[in-house]
Design a protein around this ligand. Structure first.
Ligand code: MIC
Ligand code: SF4
Length: 639
């Protein structure tokens, strides 16, 4: 039988399967600091001494502002935990996890599980790379297989090649335009066709990175000569294997994109799928441009930016900030002189980190327009709730920075000739090796590192207050915002829980605690966006026991289950009946989890019966009954 590339990697990593899930062995894991502290606390709680994966890396890239002691406490904890548990530690300043992982560790045909939703970036180098909550990554580090809901595989056929000024970002923006932020849920996007060989690994990685915005499980490119060239340039040719789908393999769906007809595109405020051709966007004044993030911060992107800025000056009304994705990129920009061109144009150079992408600095002015090469422009994520954030390619971003208005880059004239380096400067001295003797490592915990909260085993019936009723596409940034004030509290659930739903209703946390037991009602695609398990853990801490939604985003749904919150599916009628402030009675939870009878859900005030379903696998039902994955693991260990 002819196989897709996805099927080949799944088969070679299959540790078991059920009707709805594959159990996959995980070769590599990655964590970043904003999700990593919880992941290592969880790993520690599992009582395992050393990671069982082939390679695990702990990156520090999100929380690098250090406006107080909290970030630095976290970094020190992570460094000690890595040394003790057998994990490589990528120091702050070494770069954004996805960019560094691609450069230094990504290997075709392997599996990667990362506690960050943009882990699929490594799909650009033909890994099956999946984002998950920290607890799932901790379990993978403990040697447990990862349960992947059986995905549909979509073949994305790329035809022809891109015209000058059109870039990889425009390909993924085109998919977002066609499919929306819900269009990829439950799907893996596999790229094929003659257009594939026209794209280098960093360009492929831009596409697989932002496939996360489709809600996709992951995205993947084949491993070919371009992959070999990238690995050779990184001094890692020995990691290369050729890997591609069999000719004529069958896909659940196919989509064709003719690269030659694509134009520069941009996602307009406030959603990555609000995509328009740049030429059709009214000539809006631009106040800020930022180039960077795990989507567009490679050497290829930065050399393009340097070439476009060379000999020109940033418009006087625009603040242009640039964050190269890794130390390797920054160092090479410095050595080649390209950094001089960027600085001379008037750009502000930022640390090689996530920075403004997650609201850590560079918040735009009130009501201003910011054009960014990032992957998410949810309202308020920039740190300014009324800012208008557009997402576009580095080419478009440069055009806007130079002209001061939203500008199609084709207006800049001839596309410059940009030479890519044949080899990269390889220096892994900022990646620390684990301790030889772990027993000598004492993990230092500053006051910001607090113990994990626990949940009791699942009740059989619940009486819940509807705390909040929301529409479609609620993001994890709505549920558990980040930014420079809140992100430093990631290791302290009690402190961070005060901010749950704060952008929507800042009385939420108080009301939730006062209710004793509450629930949330929402439309479709609840919990889209990041992998942060804090969006489940902090509500759990506040007494949220269930979310009633039309549908759920994959990672957030798993996080809810991992922390013992019931993900209950409702229909339109149920959504209408579950009003904010109502009391909901949920009965027969254990029987429903065991598949013996449907879940009983009624509105206490009116007696109305709500059609509600718990569509969970047998494994998930067990986790929920135990009150979450950590309880389940400790019960299984105790027998
Ligand atoms: C994001 O882009 O939203 C983040 C910050 O990288 C998150 C992880 C987190 O919240 O720590 C993600 O994408 O998973
Ligand atoms: Fe960091 Fe932004 Fe990428 Fe998230 S999307 S990993 S915050 S650069």
């Amino acid at each position: 039988m002819k196989k897709t590339l996805t099927a080949k990697i799944i088969e070679s990593h299959l540790a078991g399967s059920s009707a709805d899930e594959y159990l996959l062995t995980i070769d590599q894991t990655l964590t970043q600091d904003a999700t990593g502290t919880m992941a290592y606390l969880e790993f520690e709680a599992m009582g395992i001494d050393r990671v069982k994966t082939g390679l695990s890396v702990s990156y520090v890239d999100h929380n690098t502002l250090q406006t107080g002691f909290e970030n630095a406490d976290d970094h020190r904890f992570l460094q000690d935990a890595a040394a003790k548990f057998g994990v490589l530690f990528s120091r702050p300043g070494n770069g954004i996890c996805h960019q560094v992982h691609l450069e230094r560790f990504g290997a075709p045909g392997k599996t990667l599980l990362g506690s960050d939703s943009h882990t699929p970036t490594a799909g650009g180098i033909a890994m099956l790379a999946i984002g998950a909550g920290g607890l799932d990554v901790a379990a993978a580090m403990a040697g447990m297989p990862f349960a992947l809901p059986r995905p549909k595989v979509v073949g994305v056929i790329l035809e022809n090649s891109l015209k000058p000024w059109v870039s990889a970002k425009d390909i993924i923006l085109e998919l977002l335009r066609r499919l929306t932020v819900k269009g990829g849920v439950g799907k893996i996007f596999e790229y094929l066709g003659p257009g594939v060989e026209t794209l280098s690994v960093p360009e492929r990685a831009t596409i697989t990175n932002m496939g996360a915005e489709l809600g996709a499980t992951t995205s993947i490119f084949p491993s070919d000569e371009r992959t070999l060239a990238f690995l050779e340039a990184q001094g890692r040719a020995s990691d290369w294997v050729r890997l591609e789908a069999d000719e004529g393999a069958a896909y659940d769906e196919t989509i064709t994109i003719d690269l030659s007809v694509l134009e520069p595109l941009a996602a307009c405020p406030h959603s990555p799928d609000a995509v328009m051709p740049v030429k059709d966007i009214p000539r809006t004044k631009v106040d800020q441009v930022i180039i960077g993030s795990c989507t567009n911060s490679s050497m290829k992107d930065m050399l393009t930016v340097a070439a476009l800025l060379k000999g020109r000056k940033v418009h006087p009304d625009v603040s242009l900030a640039i964050a190269p994705g890794s130390r390797q990129v920054l160092e090479m920009l410095a050595v080649t002189g390209a950094l001089g061109d960027i600085i001379s144009a008037g750009a502000r150079i930022l640390e090689t980190a996530c920075g403004p992408c997650i609201g850590m600095g560079q918040a735009p002015a009130s009501g201003s327009v910011s054009v960014r090469t990032f992957n998410r422009n949810f309202k308020g994520r920039s740190g300014t709730s009324d800012a208008m954030v557009y997402l576009a390619s580095p080419e478009t971003a440069c055009a806007c920075a130079l002209t001061g208005v939203i500008t199609d880059p084709r207006e800049l004239g001839a596309y410059p000739k940009i030479e890519q380096p044949a080899s990269f400067t390889v220096d892994d001295s900022m990646i620390l090796r684990p301790a030889q003797d772990p027993s000598r490592v004492q993990i230092r915990r500053g006051p910001n590192i607090r113990p994990l909260p626990k949940r009791a085993p699942m009740e059989d019936s619940l009486v819940l207050k509807v705390l909040l009723r929301l529409q479609d596409n609620v993001t994890t940034d709505d549920i558990m915002p980040a930014g420079s004030k809140i992100l430093p509290l990631r290791s302290n659930i009690e402190a961070i829980s005060r901010y749950v739903f704060s952008p929507i209703d800042d009385t939420f946390s108080e009301r939730a605690k006062a209710s004793g037991a509450g629930c949330i009602v929402a439309g479709a695609n609840y919990g889209q966006g990041s992998s942060r398990e804090h969006a489940a853990l902090a509500p759990m801490y506040l007494g949220v026991k269930a979310v009633f939604a039309r549908s759920f985003a994959r990672i957030h749904r798993s996080n809810l289950i991992n922390f013992g919150i019931l993900p209950v599916l409702i229909d339109e009628a149920g959504f209408e009946r579950l009003a904010a402030g109502a009391t909901v009675k949920v009965q027969g939870i254990h029987a429903a989890l065991e598949g013996r009878s449907p879940l009983g859900v009624t509105v206490a005030e009116t007696g109305e019966v709500i059609q509600a379903h718990l569509e969970v696998s047998a494994r998930e039902a067990q986790l929920l009954k135990a009150g979450g994955l950590l309880n389940y693991i400790s019960h299984s260990v105790r027998g």
